[in-house]
Design a protein around this ligand. Structure first.
Ligand SMILES: Cc1cc2nc3c(=O)[nH]c(=O)nc-3n(C[C@H](O)[C@H](O)[C@H](O)COP(=O)(O)OP(=O)(O)OC[C@H]3O[C@@H](n4cnc5c(N)ncnc54)[C@H](O)[C@@H]3O)c2cc1C
Length: 375
């Protein structure tokens, strides 16, 4: 007998949808309350590392990601003119023969794949809805919804992202997200055929990279050092991004010379957050960015979100007591998530200090080897 029968998931992002799919598959009734009435997603592309592809495989979605995104060998590390310094690969193929080394996909495409699978799972999805109040009564949580209705659940999961309301309600003393000193530029552009895997450019004026997201497109990212966190007016995004690419030759130089507003440019200051243990309070638990939001330096935030969902599902099924399931969840997840948040932040610091590319490459490689371990 599983630890719960009916679960409310607040937030229909990557973590919330992955959890709903997994719970429904395990015959646990899942309900999503998503605040956005249109259930949209913003941003350009997203990098899907080997360990993240392995997590999507366990969710049954690897085939669709391979078909609608772009899977490839792991990244090439290049100098600022595009000369290859290192072709990286997670050592020893520990992810299994079916799992590609690396991938990329447009965020709206990943969102469509996940939201279709969520609907198909039979999970109830309530859009334009959030939880305004939580009251724990023994073995139930009474939830007051934003439309004035109330219902009770065996478990409430906060999957509502880095600025989580559930975290504010259940963990009022938790730390707040902290700005890290960098901003991230992204743009979607046409993919030249020679870009057949992610390429990361180190040792130039800024860290930059391109990641294929489909047969025809790739996304560009640039990490800028912005100690004062200035406002970047949207009307000036093409010009401001072009400035960051000055000094690059090769593919990045060509992108810079053609950049205009059609490139779906996006800018976002980077924040991080690691909620110290515990991640549950009675029958309320946090997953995904609500518990551990990382900067994108290891491209692993989405992967951690899916892994959280897989592990929580497994424990809710295998443990008969919810307390045991939630405490084992923390034990299985904390160290791995801490490593990603802290090493990603460290990589950002090394970039801002302009440390040797080799030092950055070694920390990335060590972190990716840890992530290749089984969850
Ligand atoms: C610039 C940048 C680049 C990144 N690049 C990568 C990458 O390449 N690879 C990678 O793996 N990760 C990347 N990440 C991290 C990744 O995007 C996140 O880790 C991931 O989206 C977390 O998923 P989540 O479901 O926990 O949160 P979110 O994706 O933030 O989803 C939260 C959901 O909850 C909803 N919500 C919010 N508040 C409420 C509320 N009060 N009530 C109900 N619903 C609510 C939101 O509308 C949303 O649907 C990047 C992050 C940033 C900032």
């Amino acid at each position: 007998m599983s630890a719960v029968e009916r679960v409310l998931i607040v937030g229909g992002g990557i973590a919330g949808m992955a959890l709903a799919i997994g719970l429904q598959r395990a015959s646990i009734a899942a309900e999503i309350a998503e605040i956005d009435p249109d259930w949209r997603v913003y941003g350009a592309g997203i990098t899907i590392t080997g360990p993240t592809l392995r997590a999507f495989d366990r969710l049954g979605l690897l085939g669709r990601i391979e078909a609608e995104g772009f899977c490839s060998e792991a990244a090439r590390i290049c100098d600022q003119n595009g000369n290859v310094i290192l072709a990286s690969r997670v050592a020893g193929q520990p992810l299994g023969p079916r799992i590609p080394n690396s991938g990329g996909i447009l965020r709206p495409v990943l969102h469509r794949i996940l939201s279709e699978a969520t609907r198909a799972s039979g999970a109830r999805v309530r859009l334009g809805m959030t939880a305004d109040g939580l009251e724990q009564n023994g073995d139930r949580v009474a939830v007051r919804f934003s439309d004035g209705s109330s219902e009770s659940f065996d478990l409430v999961v906060g999957a509502d992202g880095i600025h989580s309301r559930i975290r504010e309600m259940a963990f009022p003393d938790a730390p707040k997200p902290a700005f890290t000193g960098q901003g991230c530029w992204r743009a979607v552009i046409a993919r030249p055929v020679e870009i057949d895997r992610p390429q990361v450019y180190v040792g130039g004026p800024v860290k930059a990279g391109v990641v294929p997201v489909s047969r025809d497109e790739m996304y560009l990212f640039v990490l800028q050092h912005v100690p004062d966190n200035p406002r970047m007016p949207e009307a000036r995004w093409p010009e401001l991004l072009e400035e960051q690419l000055r000094g690059f030759g090769g593919v990045l130089g060509a992108i810079r010379d053609r950049l205009d507003a059609s490139a779906r440019i996006n800018y976002r200051p980077l924040e991080k957050l690691l909620v110290p243990p515990p991640w549950s309070q009675g029958r309320v638990v946090l997953i995904g960015d609500a518990a551990h939001a990382t900067t994108p330096h290891l491209a692993s935030g989405a992967g951690l979100a899916v892994e959280d969902a897989l592990v929580l599902c497994e424990l809710l099924v295998s443990e008969s007591a919810i307390e045991a399931a939630l405490s084992r969840f923390l034990q299985r997840r904390y160290e791995r998530c801490r490593m990603v948040v802290e090493n990603s932040a460290k990589l950002g610091e090394l970039e801002m200090q302009k440390s040797a590319p080799q030092q950055q490459a070694e920390l990335s490689r060590a972190s990716m080897l840890t992530l290749a371990e089984s969850i």
